[in-house]
Design a protein around this ligand. Structure first.
Ligand code: AMP
Ligand code: ZN
Ligand code: FE
Ligand code: FE
Length: 284
């Protein structure tokens, strides 16, 4: 059993890295990938926490992008990346600055609406080295008592159709796929079931190094899984899967590892890594 899509406090998850590793080991998983949004800071900690266990920690990331042509968010997963590679770190650094800038304007707009919230209140919901995101605003809004749930916060203040919404400067899915590929990693489209124009996107991204589709995802029904497995086969892409676990307090109670992912997924992912001549690198 594996789980290739997990978030920690290094982005918008609520579980610490060591807790994720302990849960994965207790549940008997063979391998996991921590795929924090635009951040690889947890990798060294995860390797350290897993060192005396049978659990394999695959270096991973989830890069949040926007496909401007269709005003659509596309999340790109990267597996067996080199988390310290310069180009990838530059993309991460760009996202980091853009996230701070976006959230600072969000705070100003919320203040204009009469909500008693500051940029510092939002920063306090996130760890300093981690990726700041809208879920951290949602938690700060809950703390003010203005909203009851994360979902209410998104619906009332944080999604594209809200007048408090602030767009974030970001990279294209093409750039994210290329950065992952160039860092020696395997780029995969995350939760493709949420996407429109998926076939066009796949065809475009193949030219930048796309290697897989996350057909198995907690939000995908059987028909969606089957569709994306068929699509992957047509384009000779890998199939991957994960729960997109954000921790128990985020409403994903006991989700880690609780997803049936076929046993061929991990060997094929490793075969792809090996065929690219990628050597496992050492944590510095
Ligand atoms: P950001 O990184 O600021 O773009 O926020 C994106 C993250 O917010 C996603 O990865 C989800 O974890 C979360 N999210 C997005 N939309 C919603 C929603 N409607 N309700 C709850 N969480 C959401
Ligand atoms: Zn998230
Ligand atoms: Fe995602
Ligand atoms: Fe995710």
């Amino acid at each position: 059993m594996i789980d290739l899509h997990l978030h920690t406090t290094w982005s918008d998850g609520v579980s610490e890295v060591a807790d994720i590793i302990r849960e994965a080991v207790d549940f008997g998983l063979e391998a996991i990938a921590i795929t924090d949004h635009d951040n690889t800071g947890s990798y060294a900690l995860a390797v350290d926490a897993a060192k005396d266990t049978p659990l394999e920690v695959i270096p991973g990331i989830e890069i949040n992008t926007v496909w401007e042509e269709y005003h659509q968010e596309v999340h790109v997963l990267g597996y067996y990346i080199d988390p310290y590679e310069t180009n990838l770190q530059q993309v991460i650094e760009t996202h980091r600055k853009n996230r701070f800038a976006q959230i600072e304007i969000f705070a100003e707009k919320l203040k204009e609406k009469g909500i008693d919230i500051t940029y510092e209140d939002i920063l306090a919901q996130s760890r300093a080295e981690g990726s700041l995101g809208r879920p951290h605003i949602a938690r700060a809004l809950i703390a003010t008592g203005k909203v009851a749930t994360i979902s209410d916060a998104f619906n009332q203040y944080l999604t594209r159709n809200c007048d408090t919404y602030v767009k974030r400067k970001t990279v294209s899915p093409h750039e994210a796929v290329e950065a992952i590929y160039e860092s020696g990693g395997i780029p995969v489209i995350a939760h493709p079931g949420e996407m429109q124009q998926i076939e066009q996107l796949v065809e475009e991204l193949l030219n930048y190094g796309l290697r897989g589709l996350e057909a198995y995802h907690k939000s995908h029904r059987s028909a969606i899984i089957e569709y994306h497995c068929t699509l992957a086969e047509r384009y000779n892409l890998l199939v991957t899967g994960g729960t997109d676990y954000h921790g128990e307090a985020a409403g994903y109670k006991k989700a880690l590892g609780r997803l049936c992912i076929p046993s061929y997924v991990l060997p094929k992912l490793k075969a792809e890594r090996d065929s690219r001549g990628m050597a496992s690198f050492k944590v510095s």
